[in-house]
Structure formats: C-alpha cells, structure tokens
Design a protein around this ligand. Structure first.
Ligand SMILES: Cc1cc2nc3c(=O)[nH]c(=O)nc-3n(C[C@H](O)[C@H](O)[C@H](O)COP(=O)(O)OP(=O)(O)OC[C@H]3O[C@@H](n4cnc5c(N)ncnc54)[C@H](O)[C@@H]3O)c2cc1C
Length: 372
C-alpha cells in the first residue's frame, strides 16, 4: 500500500474484524460476552451482502451447539437433524448412531442469523466493503478497504481460507485442499440419506490414492430439502498422487446416483488446513477460523471457527489490558487450547489415514466418538 493513498483517516474503530463468517462473528460475540466495552469499539468488514452464500456442508454438532448456548444464542432457523454418520471404505462400513448427533443448516441462513444476533448486541457491520491492505504506522495499523481508510489497534483476519490478511503475514501459500461439490434434487431411489437422517462419508477413493473422501449430505437450500454431494483432496503427502483426477472420481460417483454430470453446476471452495509453518499472528494482527487453518482429516471447521473466535477475543482483551499488542502468546494459547490440540491430533490421524497406514474407518471412529 502506498502511503500517499492515505489522505485522511476518518474512522478510529480500534478493533477491526475482516470477514463476517462464523469466526469473525464469534470473535465479536465473545468480545461482547467478556468485555462489552471493547466490543463497542469493534467494526466488521464483510465484502458480500447478507444473506450471502458460503459453500459448506453445514453440519453443526454438539461442540458448536455448546458454544452457542454459552453465548445465549437460540438458533431459530430451519435444519435437518442427523442421527447416523456412515463411513464407508470399499465394502466395509462403520456407522455411528446417535439421535440428533448433529444438524444440517444452510450456511446462508445460519451466518445471516448470527450476524443479526451480533448486530443486536451492537456490532457495526459494513457490508459490501472489501479489505485490501494494511500498513503499520507507529503503534497502529492503517487499513485500506475499497471504500475507506481506517486507523486500528487490532486487526482480526477472519476472511476465510483465501484470506488476504493471512497472505499479508505469510509468504507461503500454505496447505490448501481443493473441493468440488454439487447440489441436486433428492432422488428417493438413490439418496436415502434424507429419509434415514444420515450423512455418508465414503473413503473408498483412498484405495486409488485420493487423500480425501466423497460425501453425501442431505441439506437445506433456500428452505427446501436437497442433496449435497462433494469430494475433497487434502493433499497431505506430496509423494502420494491420485491415479485419477478427483473430478473423474466424483463424476463416476454421481453416475452411480443417476445424476447426469452434464446438467449440474460444479462448485468449489478450498479448505485451508492448519500448518505449523504458518504465522497466525504478528504485532496488532491475529488470524481466526479458516484464515488460520482447520483440521485435514474431515475438513470440519464450523465448531473450530466458533472456538477460534473465543481464543481471539481472549487474546484481544488481554492485549488491551496489558498494552502489549504483539500477540506473541497467541500461538502458545492456540497450542494449549482445545482447538489447537484437536487440530494437532487430527492432523496426525489424517497423515495416517491418507497414507493408508491405518484403516480410515478406525480413524473416523476415533474422531466421531471423541467429538461426542
Ligand atoms: C465444500 C466445503 C464443505 C464444508 N462442510 C463443512 C461441514 O459440513 N461442517 C463443518 O463443520 N465445516 C465444513 N466446512 C468448513 C467450514 O465451512 C469453514 O471451516 C468455516 O466456514 C470457517 O468459517 P470462517 O468464518 O473462518 O470463514 P468463512 O465462513 O469462509 O467466512 C469468511 C468471510 O470473510 C469474507 N471475506 C473474504 N475476503 C474478504 C475481504 N477481502 N474483505 C472482507 N470480507 C472478506 C467472506 O465473504 C466471508 O463472509 C466446509 C468447507 C467447504 C469448503
């Protein structure tokens, strides 16, 4: 950013959150819970206009529900309750059956609901405004968006897996896992998941070198039930490559479900996996949620986004109390936190699962039983 662009610093918001997804909103809600005064100095910049789409399976489990309860948020949106998680590996199957194990939500509706809750608690949200860049000026940051220039004390990068804030503090690209997904009408002859209140995770493609799985989720899209089919490749091991392209594997799977791939719209949004080589903070800046990275075993990040938000809020409060905005301890706190330990454990597990060192069903058993 060229300094001559900064003509006038109009707003002094002190704390700026970039991204109005779950980790950004959670950061504010936790700030509001623990320090309403600091929360009142917060502004959130969101490049889209709510309600905005977010590619995601939308599986929300007990971990997230507990955090929402702690935040005194009562979800009032449509959802599908799930009782069975079925994992497949060739002919082998493992099913975890538990009533209301998690719910499927439409992220567009979910995120909008939470953003409105945050607004009710005083969050100023600037929609359709895009973060562009920041530079340091003395002990503050000068933040440039496509609409304004701000002076802030703390900048929170909650801008998702392709985070621009992350890229400002990291030179490397990091671990990015591609996904492909489609939405289709429920065909009761093939998609029994909706009726059975079940999600399917199929790890069979590991046998041909894919470091990921195919999923079949019943979902809600614009208040109607639908199916979400997808595939992810975590690409953990450089020395293992898939014998077939993930799209070819996916198309074969869709054909098995009588879905004509020529008539569907393929969508994709990457998952950022946490890497120990990445910086998740520097002076005056911290990353949360996908911008910091999630686990590479299932790619589930909704609960992690909520937890990251709490971690970020606590660090921000501490920095204002001490006057030390270096965020030197953020990484340490992360490592010690449930979020950090969970991501670490699942990273090791993923390395074993996707190198075929262990049976993926045994791996998933550990994850799903433990998460309970
Ligand atoms: C295909 C797919 C399926 C998934 N399914 C599941 C699932 O079923 N269950 C689960 O737990 N997790 C799932 N995840 C992971 C989950 O979606 C993420 O972990 C979670 O959304 C992270 O939340 P976040 O707030 O960190 O980022 P996001 O939800 O990505 O939010 C980032 C926000 O920042 C905004 N933004 C980006 N750039 C800028 C900018 N320059 N200026 C201003 N605003 C900006 C974006 O518009 C967005 O609103 C899935 C992910 C993918 C890709």
């Amino acid at each position: 950013m060229k300094s001559e662009q900064i003509k006038d610093i109009e707003k002094d918001f002190t704390i700026m959150i970039i991204g109005g997804g779950l980790s950004g909103i959670s950061t504010f809600l936790h700030l509001h819970k623990y320090s309403p005064e600091l929360a009142s100095k917060c502004v959130l910049i969101e490049k889209e206009k709510y309600p905005r789409e977010k590619l995601c399976g939308g599986a929300v489990g007990g971990w997230s529900e507990n955090i929402l309860k702690d935040l005194e948020i009562k979800l009032n949106i449509s959802s599908i309750m799930i009782n069975t998680v079925e994992c497949c590996f060739g002919d082998e199957k493992y099913s975890l059956i538990e009533e209301n194990y998690f719910r499927m939500v439409h992220r567009k509706e979910f995120d909008y609901f939470l953003a409105k809750e945050a607004q009710k608690r005083g969050l100023i949200i600037r929609q359709e405004e895009k973060f562009l860049d920041f530079e340091r000026k003395n002990s503050d940051l000068i933040v440039k968006t496509n609409k304004d220039t701000y002076k802030v004390k703390v900048l929170i990068g909650a801008d998702g897996s392709l985070s621009k804030v992350r890229n400002k503090i990291n030179k490397n690209v990091g671990n990015i896992a591609p996904t492909i997904e489609i939405f289709s009408q429920v065909n009761p002859n093939f998609d029994t998941e909706l009726k059975e209140k079940k999600v399917v995770l199929d790890f069979t493609p590991i046998k041909e070198g894919l470091q990921g799985y195919i999923w079949h989720f019943p979902c809600i899209k614009n208040t109607k039930t639908s199916m979400n089919h997808g595939i992810v490749n975590f690409r953990i091991h450089n020395n293992i490559s898939s014998k077939r392209h993930m799209k070819t594997i996916f198309i074969d799977e869709l054909e098995k479900r009588n879905i004509n791939y020529e008539t569907v719209r393929f969508l994709g949004h990457p998952i950022r996996c946490f890497s120990k080589n990445d910086k998740i903070s520097q002076s005056n800046v911290i990353l949360t949620g996908d911008a910091a990275g999630i686990e590479p075993a299932t790619g589930g990040g909704i609960h992690l986004a909520f937890s990251y938000g709490e971690l970020a809020a606590n660090n921000i409060i501490r920095s204002f109390k001490s006057g030390d905005y270096s965020f030197d301890n953020y990484r340490n706190d992360f490592n010690k936190s449930l979020t950090g330990r969970y991501i670490d454990k699942l990273s090791y597990l993923a390395a074993d699962v996707y190198s075929q060192k262990i049976n993926p069903l045994r791996g998933m058993e550990k994850i799903f039983i433990k998460s309970r």
